[in-house]
Design a protein around this ligand. Structure first.
Ligand SMILES: Nc1ncnc2c1ncn2[C@@H]1O[C@H](COP(=O)(O)OP(=O)(O)O)[C@@H](O)[C@H]1O
Ligand SMILES: CC(=O)N[C@@H](CCC(=O)OP(=O)(O)O)C(=O)O
Length: 271
């Protein structure tokens, strides 16, 4: 049995078809995979901040988080979105337990590297995997919202991709980012093409030359960080493509796979 951390981005959450959740449930019922969902919710946070007249901005794909913004982020992620995902799984015939990264100190956090600029944004420095295993042992699919906490009870806004990578590292899991694009895109002769596989150094180059920008930056960085810390495999796939998750678990050529340098030569021959 292999753990599979499925990160559902806010870009797709509102519109993921019921079949997506049915696929997650069928993985859960298989003896092969143990799915764990980590979700985002950026667009909904934007909406609520806008309706409250609170300005928001991002630095390299991370939201600058004041105390006021942090309250809204937690309300949306651990309240609305987390319970919405649990409901969708129940509606699709499965059962799930939603937990925030705060519960049982699941996501142990410290100020992010760039904290002076970002405010209450955190990096994950530890994962209490007992909380996740407890939920799994009871037969439920864990659904995790990316709010972290430190030993003093201080909360942090953790990017969903960063949280998913941390959970996957702790479990030695495969990591799959579900987003609204077919994978990492690159422009060739004026046409955007999906890359089937991309290595660490090419990702770094693409961030430098801004082929990768915005929300793809934390995703790409979290993928690399995961791979160098023993995540088995990272993929970015489109949640709107029918069967994409099942196709991924069956080893079909789907989305973009992110691999370490030494694996890229072998990849083309294996797949
Ligand atoms: N090279 C790239 N290939 C594909 N998407 C990219 C790239 N660079 C930036 N992006 C942007 O990243 C977005 C996905 O990140 P984000 O909006 O944070 O998604 P999610 O909410 O699913 O995590 C895409 O919709 C696209 O606008
Ligand atoms: C620090 C940081 O940027 N946190 C994110 C958390 C939600 C998230 O990651 O949502 P997506 O997966 O939809 O991007 C935010 O405040 O938007």
């Amino acid at each position: 049995m292999k753990y599979l951390v499925i990160k559902c981005g806010g870009s797709v959450l509102e519109n993921l078809p019921k079949s997506f959740y049915e696929d997650v449930i069928s993985l859960h019922q298989s003896r092969e995979w143990i799915p764990i969902i980590v979700h985002g919710g950026g667009p909904l946070i934007n909406q609520l901040l806008k309706s409250l007249d609170v300005e928001t901005r991002f630095v390299d794909g991370l939201r600058v988080t004041s105390k006021e913004v942090l309250d809204v982020v937690e309300m949306v992620l651990s309240g609305m979105v987390n319970k919405q995902v649990v409901r969708k799984i129940i509606e699709a015939g499965g059962n799930a337990i939603g937990v925030s990264g705060v519960d049982g100190s699941l996501l142990q956090a410290a100020p992010a590297q760039n904290a002076k600029q970002l405010g209450f944004v955190g990096d994950v420095i530890g994962v209490n995997d007992e909380v996740i295993d407890g939920v799994i042992q009871q037969g439920y699919i864990p659904v995790i919202s990316p709010i972290g906490i430190d030993g003093n009870g201080q909360r942090y806004n953790i990017n969903g991709d960063v949280a998913a990578s941390a959970v996957a590292k702790a479990l030695g899991a495969n990591l799959c980012f579900i987003s609204d694009i077919p994978g990492i895109l690159v422009e060739k002769d004026g046409v955007k093409t999906k890359m089937d596989v991309v290595s660490k150094s090419i990702i770094e180059e693409m961030i430098d030359n801004q082929t990768i920008y915005g929300g793809m930056i934390p995703k790409a960085k979290a993928a690399i960080d995961g791979l160098v810390h023993n995540i088995r495999e990272v993929a970015i796939i489109n949640g709107f493509e029918k069967n994409s998750l099942i196709d991924y678990t069956q080893g079909k050529k789907i989305g973009t796979k992110i691999v370490l340098e030494e694996e890229i030569a072998g990849w083309a021959t294996i797949h």
